[in-house]
Design a binder for this molecule. Structure first.
Ligand SMILES: CC(C)(COP(=O)(O)OP(=O)(O)OC[C@H]1O[C@@H](n2cnc3c(N)ncnc32)[C@H](O)[C@@H]1OP(=O)(O)O)[C@@H](O)C(=O)NCCC(=O)NCCS
Length: 210
């Protein structure tokens, strides 16, 4: 699967991406507000194996894509983990590439895919209140802050709060039938089932992207 944006190519991972992924996923700067990372080599390998397995599943419930410039190596990840008619969005960008609008561009594209192709009814994302850059990305792609979960994520031994953002579709053209049709166009529809690891670099058997 591939999505193209103005500057980026978002594409399925391969096992050959290991070195590129590890170079940003092992950086302590990207792990401050998330449960995963900094990655060990085993974390990165397991993450990629699970991404590849998700691509091959009969019913795809996880769309974790490499963020690249056309023809370049991955310098970030963006992902959508699907459970029935809901999705959860997440992303990470290599610290040396921060502040250039890449997370916004990648997240906007995958959000559009979730709503227009998968016809998801609600797509959510969470971030720590202190993670201003992430909250700003979610605002910029049109998601609304709908809540605050107290002591939601255990991050390196400390329970941290989460802001909850949502993008709800209010039209009635969402639901399994429409998603099945999306599937027949080349992207498989999803069903409740296996929580294939999503997103960024540490492999996690849970739908959360963080
Ligand atoms: C969050 C993250 C993905 C943002 O990536 P990015 O490519 O730098 O994001 P963008 O350039 O698209 O946009 C960042 C926005 O946040 C703003 N921003 C950056 N740092 C900020 C800060 N400390 N306070 C307030 N705003 C900030 C930028 O100015 C920009 O907004 P603007 O366009 O209105 O100026 C990146 O910092 C990251 O990978 N962090 C580590 C992993 C992570 O936290 N992932 C999110 C999990 S919830």
């Amino acid at each position: 699967m591939e999505l193209q944006t103005e500057r980026l190519l978002l594409r399925d991972y391969t096992l050959d991406d290991s070195a590129a992924v590890h170079s940003f996923a092992s950086d302590v700067r990207i792990a401050e507000y998330v449960e995963w990372g900094p990655n060990t080599a085993d974390d990165t390998r397991e993450f990629l194996e699970l991404c590849v397995a998700a691509q091959r599943g009969a019913i795809r419930t996880n769309f974790t894509l490499a963020v690249t410039l056309p023809s370049g190596d991955p310098f970030g990840s963006v992902g959508l983990a699907v459970d029935r008619d809901r999705g959860e969005l997440g992303y990470v960008i290599d610290a040396d590439h921060w502040g250039r609008g890449y997370a916004t561009e990648a997240a906007a594209s995958l959000l559009r895919f979730g709503k227009e192709t998968l016809r998801l009814r609600d797509i959510t994302a969470t971030c720590r209140p202190e993670n201003s850059a992430s909250a700003r990305v979610l605002e910029k792609i049109g998601m609304l802050q709908v809540g605050l979960r107290r002591a939601d994520k255990l991050i390196r031994g400390q329970w941290r709060d989460s802001l909850v953002f949502s993008a709800v579709s209010t039209s009635d053209n969402t639901g399994p039938a429409q998603r099945d049709r999306a599937g027949s166009r080349g992207t498989r529809s999803h069903e409740p089932s296996t929580n294939i690891p999503s997103g960024p670099p540490a492999a996690r058997r849970e739908p959360s992207f963080e």
